[in-house]
Design a protein around this ligand. Structure first.
Ligand code: TYD
Ligand code: MG
Length: 455
C-alpha cells in the first residue's frame, strides 16, 4: 500500500491516491474502467499503522539477518564503491549532474552490467527516443538481452506495466521529464517531481526494485525540484566534471547504505566512461618537471588519497587592484592563504597578479592542500623550482602555523607508490613514527616549509 499523506482520494483497487475526486487513471489504463476514487479522511498515524503491526514487531538487533543478495554489484567498480559496495534492492538512488556530464552514459553502462547480473533491467527514457538511446548503446558496444528500453513519459503507465516486465532494476531518465497525468502541473515542476519521486519510492520499496533516477541540476547547483527528492531517496550521488576535461567524479552526498566520503573517478572517452583506478597517476600524467609554481598536494577523498598537481602563476600586475584567479580550489581560501604568505612569510604579493589552477581539471576540497597553495605561489614568485619528488601536505592557519591533517599515512603511502621520495608534513602530525618509504620532514610554520623547499 502507498503511504502518502496529503491525498484525500484513494483507489481501493490499486492504492492510487489523488487530491481530487474522480476515476482511477491507473486502473483505467490497466483495462479496469471507471474505478471510483474513495474519499479518505486523514487518519491518525496510530490507526493507519495497525494493519502492519502483525508483520513488524520489535525484534532483538541480533535476531535481524541481512540477506547477502540484498546488494547487487553494478559491475562498475567505481560506482559500486560510491554506492557502498553495490546497489541495495528496493533502494532509490538519485544521480544528479549538469546536462551533458554523462549521467545517461553512466546509467546505460550500469544497466548493462546489472542486466547481466540481475535481469531484466528496465530503462525508461523520457528524454530521448529509443533510437537515440540505441545509438548511444551501439557506441558503447552494449547489446544485452536483459536490458529493456522504454521511451515513456507517463509514470502511471510505467507503474501499470512494471509487474508484467518483472524488472529487478529500473532507470528513470530523467525524473524531470516523467509526469503523473492526474497532477495538473507541468513535468519538472516541484509538485510533479515530488509526486513522481514518492510514487517511485513506493514502487521500489514494495517490489524490491533497485531504482536509479536521473536528475538535472540547475545553474546554481541545486537539483531541480528544490531538494524535495533529496529527503525522499536513499542515496544522492552527484556526477561532476568540467566539460573541457575528460575526467568525471561521482560523489555521494547522502547514502543510507554506505559512506558519503567515497568518490568514483571516470574518464569520458570515445567508447563511454572508463573507470580510473589510479586517479593520482591520471592527474599527474602531464606534470612538467622543474617548473616554478608547480607543487603536488594530496587530497583525501573519503578513504582515498588523490594526488593533484597545483599550479600557481605570480606576475607583476599592471594597474589597479591585482587579479586573483582560482580554478579548482576555493577562491576565498586562496585569498586568505596569499594574505598569510605576505604577512607571515614576507612575500610581497600586493602588486602581483596571482593565478591558481589545479591541473587536469581536478579540484581540491581539503585544507590539507593549503600549504601546497602557499608553496606554489611562493615558488612562482621567487621563480625557484620545488623539487619534483616532494609531496606537500598541511593546513595553514592565519598566524602562519602549519596544522595537522587527517590520514597522513594514507597520503604518504599513495605518494610512495607513485615514486615520491620526500614529503613536507605538519610537525604536529609526526609525534609518532610513520612507517612509509618516504623521507618525512615536519614543519611548524609556513616560513619553515619555504626554507626547506625553496631555500
Ligand atoms: P550523456 O550521458 O548524454 O549526458 P547527460 O545524460 O548527463 O546529459 O553524455 C553527454 C556527453 O558525453 C556528450 O556530450 C557526448 C559524450 N560522450 C562521449 O564522449 N563518449 C561516449 O561514448 C558517449 C556515450 C558520450
Ligand atoms: Mg541524459
Amino acid at each position: 500500500m502507498t503511504t502518502r499523506d496529503a491525498s484525500a482520494y484513494r483507489c481501493q483497487e490499486c492504492g492510487f491516491s489523488s487530491p481530487k475526486p474522480g476515476t482511477c487513471p491507473d486502473c483505467r489504463r490497466a483495462g479496469n474502467t471507471w474505478v471510483q476514487l474513495v474519499e479518505e479522511r486523514p487518519v491518525s498515524p496510530r490507526s493507519s499503522r495497525r494493519a502492519s503491526v502483525a508483520a513488524a514487531r520489535p525484534r532483538a538487533l541480533t535476531e535481524i539477518s541481512i540477506e547477502p543478495d540484498d546488494r547487487v554489484r553494478t559491475g562498475i567498480g567505481e560506482l559500486d564503491r560510491v554506492l557502498g559496495g553495490g546497489v541495495v534492492r528496493g533502494s532509490l538512488v538519485l544521480i544528479g549532474g549538469d546536462p551533458g556530464v554523462g549521467k545517461s552514459t553512466l546509467l546505460l553502462q550500469a544497466a548493462r552490467a546489472l542486466a547481466q547480473a540481475a535481469p531484466p533491467v528496465l530503462y525508461v527514457t523520457a528524454e530521448e527516443s529509443a533510437a537515440q538511446v540505441k545509438m548511444r548503446a551501439d557506441r558503447l558496444g552494449i547489446a544485452t538481452d536483459g536490458l529493456l528500453l522504454w521511451p515513456e513519459n507517463d509514470l502511471s503507465i510505467v507503474q501499470a506495466q512494471l509487474d508484467d516486465v518483472k524488472a529487478r532494476a529500473l532507470v528513470i531518465d530523467s525524473i524531470q521529464t516523467v509526469f503523473l497525468p492526474d497532477l495538473e502541473s507541468a513535468p519538472g515542476s516541484v509538485a510533479q517531481v515530488r509526486e513522481c519521486g514518492a510514487r517511485l519510492m513506493t514502487l521500489a520499496k514494495g517490489r524490491g526494485i533497485a531504482t536509479f533516477l536521473v536528475g538535472h541540476v540547475t545553474k546554481d547547483g541545486a537539483l531541480a525540484g528544490p531538494r524535495v527528492l533529496e529527503h525522499l531517496v536513499d542515496t544522492v550521488l552527484y556526477f561532476e566534471g568540467e566539460r573541457t576535461h575528460s575526467y568525471r567524479v561521482l560523489r555521494a552526498v547522502k547514502n543510507r547504505f554506505g559512506s558519503t566520503n567515497e568518490i568514483g573517478v571516470f574518464e569520458m572517452v570515445e567508447g563511454g566512461l572508463v573507470e580510473v583506478k589510479n586517479p593520482s597517476g591520471f592527474f599527474l600524467a602531464e606534470r612538467p618537471r622543474e617548473a616554478p609554481g608547480s607543487v603536488v598536494v594530496s587530497s583525501l577523498e573519503g578513504t582515498r588519497p588523490v594526488l593533484l598537481e597545483l599550479q600557481a602563476l605570480v606576475a607583476q600586475a599592471s594597474v589597479g587592484t591585482p587579479r586573483r584567479t582560482v580554478l579548482g580550489a576555493d577562491y576565498n581560501r586562496v585569498c586568505l592563504l596569499l594574505a598569510v604568505l605576505e604577512k607571515r612569510a614576507g612575500v610581497p604579493l600586493g602588486s602581483q597578479d596571482v593565478y591558481v589552477n589545479v591541473a587536469g581539471g581536478g579540484r581540491v576540497t581539503e585544507p590539507a592542500a593549503d600549504l601546497g597553495i602557499v608553496v606554489a605561489a611562493a615558488s612562482s614568485y621567487m621563480d625557484r623550482v620545488v623539487p619534483p619528488d616532494v609531496l606537500v601536505v598541511g593546513e595553514v592557519g592565519l598566524t602562519g602555523e602549519v596544522r595537522a591533517v587527517a590520514g597522513l599515512e594514507l597520503r604518504l603511502r599513495e605518494a610512495a607508490a607513485l615514486g615520491f621520495r620526500r614529503a613536507i608534513v605538519p610537525q604536529s602530525n609526526i609525534l609518532e613514527p610513520i612507517r612509509v618509504s618516504v623521507d618525512i620532514r615536519g614543519v611548524a610554520t609556513v616560513g619553515e616549509a619555504l626554507t626547506a623547499l625553496l631555500g
